[in-house]
Write a protein that binds this ligand. Structure first.
Ligand code: ADP
Ligand code: MG
Length: 704
């Protein structure tokens, strides 16, 4: 743990090859060319790349780097990297030079055959390339491996199909840029040159003690507990949320922040979350592409620093049944290079016609493609949150807040919005407190897609998932809505009239997606059904949304995904679901067979001995005998459930890969897992704690 004092401003970005470093180190001409590539997407020639590579290497070596890596986001969900050292072939003198060429900087060729490609590469060629993404700055990471120059890259097949998250994300950003500029021009904006989606990802996580973690195979193999009875105290007191951060956790957070700041991640907010042992970290928002990379760095850093502090960081969406799960809030807005946030309503939104058009376009996009947004947040862990007994619901709806909902209502009822509700003053009843003005809108914590002042907050993304998919979908569906609006407006003779009509039309046609009430309530599920909104409860039910005709048309139109790419992604999703459930089932079988059942059998022996001894002593042994009886019944139930789980897991493995197998895991294996868990959790409540073979929920979440 570092305790020395430091100045954040001094260390922030010290390990990033950022604009300041580039300006300092690159010849003026080279710097200019690179800037042009970053800002306007012009191609970089190899001579320029050579100079940049050389300077980048010199800089990295000064930071202690011995290796470089093309850092990329394959479809496994975790970042991949292959490390090469800078050394060249030994010279005749026996010495080596440290070298790094432009070619090595801009292109890599990892042996990529073991990354998921959903059949894409098999049908073409086994080669995969990584290509330097100069819009996300390179950085030096310091860890046990020493220091490594990390170069963010995109990962494509020989024929150019995207095998990663970054490629389609960059494509979707381009699409949104083009359509948003087109819309701005219609409103007379001639100065903005570029529009980028800005993203701030709040990350939730759990911390548990490493020693206890290592005693649980479920945590080790699957990242979540597959068994475990609820402790006597849960989160009912709400005493953890925003509670004082304990010293051990505070020390951890401090180190996380230092590491993040050094690599340019602007970690800003930290607090305890709702569940015991649950915490949250949020950086300041950045361009979508950088935010996606940074979120990946955040997750890696949380895990690494937790280990250094004798803890383990759980990023799983639902590490503990019955305890709040973890997610990511993807805060999203659209900002121009000259600082205009297209989602900023101003103080009088009813007069802000451009904002109202943007807003109603987003309503239209979300209403039309709710299934795609839902899919973008699907991962095996999230099935335990979305649509299960927890937030956010699986139904996509939009929360606008009182002020905007009122404006939309005015538009729909009279065709004209004439006023905006105001926030007023906050009445505390205490004269010494400063007078605060209230926001015009309260918050809603149960909406999956909430307008929060000048951005939308998409709250469905799983805590372990990359935020890339969600942003790819958001960027593309909004680009489509903008494009469709522009097509109408560009043709009209009377722009003012046309724009009013369009806003009204969009507001009316997409009203069903707006919901300001309690998203967790049973009443909403019914109401949503009445409105015809999709309620997609599981990952396997969500995947088909990727390959509908609607989705293919959308993504192909904006060059974000080809049909083949979408199909391959759907295939990978099915595969990864099947694999995840298979691992969970096998872990349960292993734990039940080798740990729980033997432990309970052993305990019944102790109990039986006790019964006999007590009887022999001539005293009433009925309590002991009843306990033994109760345990035996549960033991039998567990044994039968174990046999059933073994049977369906074997059947699942033999199924045809793809939707058939994934659905079988969902429909047959998951319920069999539940059925095994139930008697074991009951046994945990009866069996002597000393005899239980692993730490309990209470040990894990209350004693960090
Ligand atoms: P909350 O109250 O939900 O915790 P905050 O206001 O603290 O939210 O912001 C949460 C995240 O949203 C942060 O990462 C923040 O930087 C980001 N954010 C703020 N403004 C914007 C914006 N205009 N676009 C995208 N993200 C934003
Ligand atoms: Mg939030």
């Amino acid at each position: 743990m570092s305790t020395e004092l430091f100045n954040v401003a001094d260390i922030f970005g010290e390990n990033v090859f950022n604009d300041t470093v580039m300006q300092e180190r690159l010849p003026k001409k080279v710097y200019k060319k690179l800037k042009q590539t970053i800002e306007e997407g012009t191609e970089l020639d190899i001579e320029t790349a050579d100079v940049i590579a050389h300077e980048m290497k010199e800089w990295a070596i000064e930071k202690g780097a011995t290796h470089y890596t093309h850092w990329f986001l394959p479809l496994t969900g975790v970042t991949a990297e292959k490390h090469d050292s800078f050394i060249s072939a030994p010279l005749p003198s026996g010495k080596v030079l440290m070298s790094f060429s432009g070619k090595e900087l801009i292109k890599g060729e990892p042996d990529a055959s073991s990354f998921p490609s959903g059949g894409l590469r098999a049908t073409f060629e086994a080669r995969g390339y990584t290509a330097w993404d100069c819009t996300s700055p390179a950085f030096v990471r310091q860890d046990a491996a020493g220091a490594t120059l990390c170069i963010p890259t995109a990962f494509c097949s020989y024929t150019g199909e995207a095998l990663d998250q970054k490629t389609p994300l960059l494509r979707s950003m381009q699409a949104l840029n083009v359509q948003a500029l087109r819309l701005l021009r219609l409103f007379g904006n001639t100065t903005s040159k570029k529009v980028t989606p800005s993203v701030g990802a709040e990350q939730e996580y759990f911390l548990v003690d490493a020693e206890k973690f290592l005693q649980r195979k479920d945590l080790i193999y699957t990242g979540r507990t597959l068994f475990g009875a609820m402790p006597p105290k849960g989160q009912e007191l709400d005493d953890h949320y925003f509670g004082t951060i304990r010293q051990r956790i505070a020390a951890f957070m401090r180190d996380v922040n230092i590491e993040l700041w050094k690599v340019g991640v602007s970690s800003k907010t930290q607090h305890n979350e709702v569940a015991p042992a649950q915490h949250e970290l949020a950086p300041i928002y950045a361009e979508a592409n950088i935010a996606v990379d940074h979120n990946q760095i955040v997750m890696q850093t949380l895990k690494r620093i937790a280990c250094e502090h004798g803890m383990k960081c759980l990023l799983h969406e639902k590490p503990f049944a019955g305890v709040n799960g973890s997610g990511k809030h993807d805060n999203w807005s659209i900002i121009t290079d000259d600082g205009i946030n297209m989602l900023d309503p101003g103080t009088t939104p009813h007069e802000n016609i451009q904002f109202l058009l943007v807003l109603t376009c987003i309503l239209k996009a979300v209403n039309k493609h709710a299934d795609l947004l839902r899919e973008s947040a699907a991962d095996p862990g999230n099935d335990h949150r979305l649509g299960a007994n927890e937030a956010p619901p699986a139904i996509i709806s939009v929360f606008l807040g009182e002020q905007l909902e009122d404006v939309i209502d005015q538009l729909i009822s009279t065709g004209e919005a004439t006023h905006s509700l105001e926030g007023g003053k906050l009445e505390t009843g205490v004269r010494t407190l400063p007078e605060l003005t209230k926001d015009a809108t309260d918050r809603n914590r149960t909406s999956p897609f909430a307008f929060t002042g000048n951005k939308f907050e998409f709250r469905m993304v799983g805590s372990r998932d990359s935020i890339a998919s969600a942003n790819i979908v958001l960027n593309t569906i909004v680009a489509e809505a903008f494009a469709e609006a522009c097509e109408v407006l560009e043709k009209s003779d009377d722009f003012q009239l046309a724009v009013h009509d369009l806003i009204k039309e969009y507001a009316m046609e997409n009203q069903r997606i707006i919901f300001n009430g309690d998203g967790y309530s049973e009443a909403w599920v019914k109401e949503a059904e009445r409105r015809g909104l999709p309620n997609i409860k599981s990952m396997v039910e969500a995947i088909p949304a990727m390959v509908t005709e609607k989705a293919v048309t959308l993504f192909e139109r904006f060059g974000v995904f080809t049909k083949a790419e979408l199909e391959s992604r759907a295939e990978i999703q099915y595969e990864s679901y099947a694999k995840a459930i298979n691992i969970e089932a096998r872990t349960m079988i292993d734990m039940a067979r080798k740990q729980f059942i033997p432990a309970v059998i052993k305990y019944t022996k102790t109990l039986a001995d006790t019964v006999l001894a007590v009887k022999e002593a001539g005293v009433d042994a009925s309590v002991q005998a009843e306990t033994l009886e109760e345990i035996t019944v549960l033991l039998k139930e567990a044994r039968a459930a174990l046999a059933r789980l073994e049977e369906v897991t074997a059947q699942a493995a033999a199924k045809e890969e793809g939707p058939v197998q994934a659905n079988f895991y969902h429909d047959e294996v998951c319920p069999a897992m539940e059925n095994l868990r139930r008697p074991i959790d009951k046994l945990e409540m009866i069996v002597d704690k000393e005899a239980w073979p692993m730490p309990s929920y209470g040990d894990l979440i209350f004693e960090v």
